[in-house]
Design a protein around this ligand. Sequence first.
Ligand SMILES: Cc1ncc(COP(=O)(O)O)c(C=O)c1O
Length: 368
Amino acid sequence: MNPNAKKSYSTLDTPCLILQEDLLIKNLSLFQGLANANNKKLRPHIKAHKSIELAKIQIEKGAVGICCSKLAEAEIMVEGGIKDILITSPIVGNTKLDRLGNLSQQATISVVTDSKPQIMILSELAKQYQTVINIFVEIDIGQARCGVQPGLGAFEIAQEIIKYPNLSFSGIQAYHGKLQGIKSFKERANAIDTAMAKLSASLHYFKNGQLPVKTITGGGTGSFLIDLKLPFLSELQPGSYVTMDCNYSQNEWDDEGSLELISQPLSVLSTVISKPQPNKVILDAGWKSISNDAGTPKLKYGLDSFDFAGDEHGVITSSKEYIDLEIGDQVELIPSHCDTTINLYDHFYLVNTYQHRKLAIDARGKIT
Ligand SMILES: Cc1ncc(COP(=O)(O)O)c(C=O)c1O
């Protein structure tokens, strides 16, 4: 039998998301344990898993709170009982500000900014909602997205924040997403050094101006093992480590080139619906069930290769004359990008040796 064929999930309707419980818990424990051992606070990003239940497990294990990318994700998490959230993208516009004011009355909410004029707006909001808003100043350490340029800018914004009694200067956010996926450990570590030099150029002004920076938050799954040893970062925000994906699982995790350290609990289960040729089968999963922004998924047991064949179809073609998969067989695919794939589903199936159950992806599609 082709090792790609999977019979044991035959009661699950496909395509669906599988999360293998033992591997999931292993990843959660590994990252929390490493953070503890290195005196770093862990504030995992939930933008990939979007699940209240998983966020709660992360907090039970010792996370100080969570990160969300979007206000709508944070609203769902607060509704689910999460009490401490950093929203890692700037909140702009009256509608969103009203929602932020409301949310700040229900939980400890921190936001990021890179704009001096935005500070007065946030202070007005805090006044209107009789709350205190915690603000991190974002510095662009190479991501070339949001963030003030390294240098004096962050200090100037922080000075503005401390003028207002209803705002709290909580620290700095310094995140560099582009280097997370550099496969070679050494090259990734060098790229992080360069990014940290940019952060250091900004911290210099805080030191001279005697303005304490309580927390410096940043980092992701790819940089985690390197970030643990960095003196500057006090709080780490990895997200993908929970479920992983086939792009991240190609990263080397140490100098020895180890690929196995972080487990791969996530897969998409799909069914063979047609066998048009002896060496080719068609699956019931296409672009609507597995994202393609970071490339094609990989077959879990890796013998053959998958390709997209439309919105609802995928194809496996063997280089041999015959493929040992039949109509009705199930196949597991590892997505290339966990965030964009998980966002296509309402729930995972959490599976262990004995049973499976639904685990809600509560903030799925919450993009505002
Ligand atoms: C600001 C921020 N922090 C942390 C993360 C988590 O990164 P990763 O999924 O690589 O762990 C992301 C992901 O995009 C992010 O945007």
